[in-house]
Design a protein around this ligand. Structure first.
Ligand SMILES: NC(=O)c1ccc[n+]([C@@H]2O[C@H](COP(=O)([O-])OP(=O)(O)OC[C@H]3O[C@@H](n4cnc5c(N)ncnc54)[C@H](O)[C@@H]3O)[C@@H](O)[C@H]2O)c1
Length: 459
């Protein structure tokens, strides 16, 4: 079985895209009029934020046809130029460069904008791009505050433009296959009662980011673009630059590890469970990075009531140890467990010893699963048979993905602009899923169980 998504057909973009003029989210939309010489059906793209993730996005979309790169904006000159050069050497044309997103949006005729700035800039950039008539692909987390995320949903509704949030697993064929075919259609887990997820990151990958001072913006620019601390204009140039490079460590610029890394797995918890949790309890520590404003390690438990019954999800994000299997989400049921990750190597499926053999054999015969190994009990003189459950058999998914992890999500965004698809993660669905995450730090800070109400989770 192949997990490739069908490739985009460019034949009838224009016909299809004009059909849905003026419709709202997920509906077809009209591309703007083009300058002479440019293919009429090209989507005109601008970038806001040209740092590390922008490079990942660009590399993931560079071979998607029907895109014309028009402009890029970044407050750091070297990053703007790198994007200018990257596009120039690949496509042999020049893009326009801007420091100010507002100016870029006012001067350029863009269909779509990709926002990959630090989290505290997502809401302002997304709202201004939607208001300027562009469709927006904005990186996760939607914002560092739930109010920011809500303002993005409101702007999407108000403008009728598309707003895709960068939870790229939502378009990943492997995740979609597991949810649609294995969980929904075949119910291979039985009742899912526990969910377990983590992002364990090594200490060596969690150090401060440093850069040559000559490459970095001056104090004036950093203050103008919000890297001072609110009204505090006393920060030194070094302090401003530290905040600029390491925005993830500061509470007014980011939600910290639970939002930066946890957003990926907790989004999958909520998407797969098809509901928001009813409460969260959490604990966090500045156990190693004592000077950082955010916790360096967080553990939390969400409680769900779903049509299948009650379930709990445990999540941990570590920035001091990578052992323990990297990053994944594990859905643990009475008949089977699906351990899934963006990394194929961390994806495993297990059949409980008591589950119906016949059902699983048929799934293998139908090509829906591959059997990898029969469970073998660990030996050793300390084994006491009556204590140990029979080990589960191990299975694997039948196909591989050949695309970069972000490519299907960007393809989904571009196809939706052309009226050929529906967004897999529009801002409203993203907020439903992200809302519980905004409450993990407060729960940990106050040693409190937060029972969610509409006020906590609503749009
Ligand atoms: N989906 C994923 O898998 C994934 C992975 C990594 C990062 N991300 C997200 O991507 C976003 C960017 O992360 P990153 O690692 O690239 O950060 P980064 O610091 O490397 O890049 C951010 C860029 O934005 C620029 N910038 C800052 N403020 C600006 C402003 N007001 N106007 C224009 N440019 C501005 C900076 O100069 C920098 O080049 C974050 O929201 C992050 O959570 C997503």
């Amino acid at each position: 079985m192949n997990f490739e998504l069908p490739s985009l057909s460019r034949r009838d973009f224009i016909t299809k895209s004009t059909l849905g003029a003026g419709l709202v989210l997920g509906a077809p939309s009209v591309l703007k009029a083009k300058e002479a010489g440019a293919p009429a059906d090209d989507i005109r793209v601008g970038f806001i934020g040209c740092g590390k993730q922008h490079e990942v996005i660009f590399n993931a979309m560079v071979n998607i046809p029907g895109v014309r790169y028009v402009a890029a904006c970044d407050i750091m000159e070297g990053r703007r130029k790198a994007t200018f050069n990257r596009i120039g050497s690949k496509f042999r044309y020049k893009i326009n460069q801007y420091v100010s997103a507002e100016e870029m949006l006012a001067k350029e005729d863009l269909d779509a904008v990709f926002v990959a700035t630090p989290d505290f800039w997502h809401a302002p950039h997304t709202v201004m791009a939607l208001e300027a008539g562009c469709h927006v692909y904005c990186e996760k987390m939607m914002s560092h505050t739930i109010e920011g995320a809500r303002s993005m949903v409101a702007a999407m509704d108000r403008t009728g433009k598309l707003c895709q949030i960068g939870h790229q697993r939502r378009s990943n064929p492997r995740y979609r296959y597991v949810l649609d075919e294995l969980i929904h259609k075949e119910n291979i887990c039985g009742q899912i009662i526990n969910i377990n997820g983590q992002w364990n990151r090594a200490l060596s990958s969690s150090q401060d980011i440093v850069s040559k001072p000559s490459l970095l913006p001056e104090a004036e620019i950093l203050r103008e673009y919000g890297f001072n601390n609110g009204a505090d204009h006393t920060l030194s140039l070094d302090e401003l630059r530290h905040r600029f490079l390491n925005w993830r460590f500061y509470t007014d610029l980011s939600g910290g590890p639970i939002s930066d890394l946890g957003a990926h797995q907790i989004d999958i918890f909520n998407w797969f469970m098809g509901s928001q949790p009813k409460s969260v309890m959490a604990s966090g520590g500045r156990s190693f990075f004592k000077d950082r404003e955010h916790f360096d390690n967080v553990m939390c438990i969400f409680d769900y009531d779903t049509p299948q019954g009650n379930a709990r999800a445990f999540y941990q994000v570590l920035t001091t140890t990578s052992a323990g299997g990297g990053y994944y989400e594990s859905f643990m049921g009475t008949e089977g467990t699906i351990e899934i990750s963006e990394r194929e190597a961390y994806t495993n499926i297990y059949k409980e010893s008591g589950a119906e053999n016949d059902k699983w054999d048929k799934l293998v015969q139908r090509g829906l699963l591959k059997k990898e190994a029969v469970g073998v009990a660990a030996g050793g003189s300390d084994a006491i048979a009556s204590y140990a459950s029979a080990p589960p058999d191990k299975y694997a998914l039948p196909g591989v993905i050949t695309k970069a992890p972000h490519t299907p999500h960007i393809e989904n965004f571009l196809s939706t602009i052309r009226g050929e698809a529906t967004l897999t993660c529009d801002a409203r669905h993203a907020l439903e899923s992200e809302a519980p995450i905004y409450w993990v730090n407060p729960a940990a800070n106050n040693n409190q169980i937060i029972n969610f109400t509409e006020e906590h989770l609503g749009a």
